[in-house]
Write a protein that binds this ligand. Structure first.
Ligand code: PCA
Length: 346
């Protein structure tokens, strides 16, 4: 074999080899990239107490979907509705203790453990959504601090429609509540039952339809939405627009889990959360009247509160706030002051 032929052969062998080598390296790099992309996929289970077709949960689902899209599938958020991952009372401690990566709870249910959350259900303190939003703006920083202390990060917060009174019998003064079985779902509704000389009956929303239908309750405070979802008309005949409070759910994630995401994904998740907050406030506000109509269509008498009962409720609310002020921290009082001062200037 001539040298030139030998050279040619060895060159083509070498280049074939190096092509093979290149392909090999390419495959190797691609495999590493895929593996690391797979390793970066973060699964986030979100626990909520509310039913899949509730507006809060539908909004949460959409948030989860949007996060999947903006993170190019790297973050997979799965919503577990109706207490299917953690029972309602276990959701908050469950995320703190890493039994789920994220959760949604109604803030005021934790008013005893986290006093600043109690601001959210001070009776008759907000007159409507605008007030509720101002209260949220005044309290958000302290709520975030309370979550940070527990290793959690706030994603967003959305209110339920105003909390109104459902009753089997007509209500015209506070005296009518005496001895009634009144459903409670947070310390505020529990204390109101006590102050009204009713008996507080704690019932989580997932058990509420059954509790009403099986005649365990005479009166309850909740939203138009929850009244429709629980077919309150099975026993309740009256609905009074008492506007007790406009309580908010918060959606939060474990800080540890959040820290696993790239800075870009974190930013995108927070943007999607902001959009969810805005969308949720609109869903809540815009659906309330329609849900009250559904109550009417099912023969519940929807009415305003009569003057005497209004007066009684307002006094009761004042007593509640006086009690709250005795136990509130200076930060909480400052929030209330900020909110009431700004409100009085409008
Ligand atoms: N529905 C939930 C929370 C507030 C509301 O409107 C409930 O009744 O438990």
């Amino acid at each position: 074999m001539s040298d030139s032929i030998r050279n040619k052969l060895s060159f083509s062998c070498l280049s074939a080899l190096s092509r093979k080598g290149f392909v090999g390296i390419y495959i190797l790099v691609a495999a590493i990239m895929t593996a690391s992309a797979q390793a970066e996929t973060v699964d986030i289970r979100i626990a909520t107490a509310y039913a899949a077709d509730n507006f809060q949960t539908m909004n949460l689902q959409q948030f989860a979907k949007e996060v999947a899209v903006v993170s190019n599938g790297q973050v997979k958020m799965t919503v577990f509705p109706a207490g299917s991952l953690l029972k309602p009372a276990e959701i908050f401690p469950g995320v703190v203790n890493e039994k789920a990566e994220a959760g949604e709870v109604i803030m005021s249910s934790l008013a005893k453990e986290i006093p600043v959350f109690g601001l959210d259900s001070l009776p008759f303190t907000v007159r409507g959504y605008e007030d509720a939003h101002n209260l949220w703006m005044a309290s958000k920083i302290e709520v975030e601090k309370a979550l940070t202390k527990r290793g959690l990060k706030l994603l967003y917060s959305v209110p339920w429609p105003p909390q109104n009174l459902y009753s089997k019998k007509p209500l015209s003064s506070l005296a009518d509540f005496k001895g009634m079985r009144m459903r409670s779902y947070n310390p505020a509704s529990e204390r109101i039952a006590e102050l009204a000389m009713a008996t507080a009956v704690p019932v989580q929303v997932i058990d509420l339809e059954k509790a009403i239908a099986s005649d365990k309750l005479d009166v309850m405070i909740t939203s138009s939405w929850t009244g429709v979802e629980t077919k309150a008309w099975s026993k309740m005949a009256y609905y009074y627009q008492a506007n007790a409070w406009i309580p908010k759910n918060i959606v939060f994630i474990s800080q540890k889990v959040f820290a696993k995401l790239s800075a870009d994904t974190q930013k995108k998740m927070l943007e999607a959360a902001q959009a969810a907050e805005k969308r949720g406030w609109n869903m809540s506000r815009d659906s309330d009247a329609g849900y009250e109509n559904q109550l009417r269509n099912n023969k519940i008498k929807v009415d305003r509160v009569d003057a005497l009962l209004r007066n009684n409720l307002d006094r009761l609310g004042e007593q509640f706030v006086r009690e709250w002020l005795k136990t509130a921290s200076s930060e909480e009082v400052a929030i209330l002051l900020k909110y009431t001062t700004e409100r009085s200037m409008k």
